[in-house]
Design a protein around this ligand. Structure first.
Ligand code: 23J
Ligand code: MN
Length: 259
């Protein structure tokens, strides 16, 4: 398998570089806030069990409490009602081949800077394809908004009428699914826009992606370090029994500046 030895050589030489697309899992990182009539996502918590002290003289460790949808995380098909009967739709059932694949980045950072409710539409996708070619089948599609650079206080961008952040329209998600994508990822707290509850159907990215057995990634970072095409994404969720999603380390392999 010379392709893998070539890859190891390329990683060692800097011809291929690793970009970390993950936020630090931090109790202060914001979690999604749903309308008050619904159950809420708990914040990540860390409890020290011992720290080289009387509780454990030679070791330090923590107990963790976390929602599956905390920090940089993966959404599985069973997260949504539309995907509840998708075969192998929970994180522990998804075949591992799904966790490595090509990735393209649609840069919406300028639009998102001008409009906090910026929409990824079919027209934006078509303009991107006119420049970069058709989105390849099996690709992750990531929506770059630079939202990951916001301070925690501005990240959910809560107003009296709820959160405001950019996201895809129902038609955009259907257009991506027509191209056979593997999944859709964002820098915001959800794959859907802050105001995504007001589309038909509500939360269309969740509804259509997971109904089609596809995946989501949220709270991604460093998308400005990825090329529009030609990178490889590694996103393997924890193997939680029946899990609907999981925090994870998301890595991209990108062309480096060495040959
Ligand atoms: C539950 C309900 C609505 C949404 C979400 C979770 C997420 O965004 C998520 O983290 O999957 S919109
Ligand atoms: Mn989620």
């Amino acid at each position: 398998m010379s392709v893998l030895t070539d890859m190891a050589t390329a990683l060692a030489s800097g011809a291929v570089r690793v970009v970390d697309l993950t936020h630090r899992l931090d109790p202060d990182f914001p979690v999604i806030v749903l309308p008050p009539e619904f159950g809420q996502c708990a914040r990540f918590r860390m409890e020290e069990v011992s720290a080289y002290d009387h509780r454990g003289p030679a070791w330090k460790w923590h107990n963790l409490t976390l929602n599956e949808h905390t920090g940089t995380h993966f959404d599985a098909p069973v997260h949504w009602i539309s995907g509840r009967d998708v075969p192998n739709g929970a994180v522990d059932e998804i075949a591992p081949e799904n966790f490595i694949g090509p990735v393209v980045v649609i840069d919406c950072s300028q639009g998102a800077a001008e409009n906090e409710d910026f929409e990824l539409t079919p027209a934006v996708i078509e303009a991107w394809e006119a420049e970069h070619g058709t989105i390849p089948e099996g690709a992750w599609v990531l929506m770059r908004t630079d939202w990951s650079k916001r301070e925690p206080i501005d990240y959910l961008n809560m107003r009296e009428d709820g959160p405001h952040s950019p996201g895809p329209t129902p038609e955009a998600i259907q257009a991506l699914l027509a191209r056979g994508i593997r999944g859709f990822g964002t820098e915001t707290v959800g794959t859907d826009a802050g105001q995504g509850a007001h589309y038909t159907p509500p939360y269309p990215a969740h509804y259509f992606l997971h109904g089609a057995g596809r995946f989501g990634l949220q709270c991604l970072a460093n998308l400005d370090q990825l090329p529009p095409t030609g990178a490889l994404l590694i996103a393997a969720p924890l193997k939680i029994k029946g899990g609907t999603g999981s925090p994870l380390r998301v890595l991209a392999l990108v062309p480096g500046d060495r040959s």
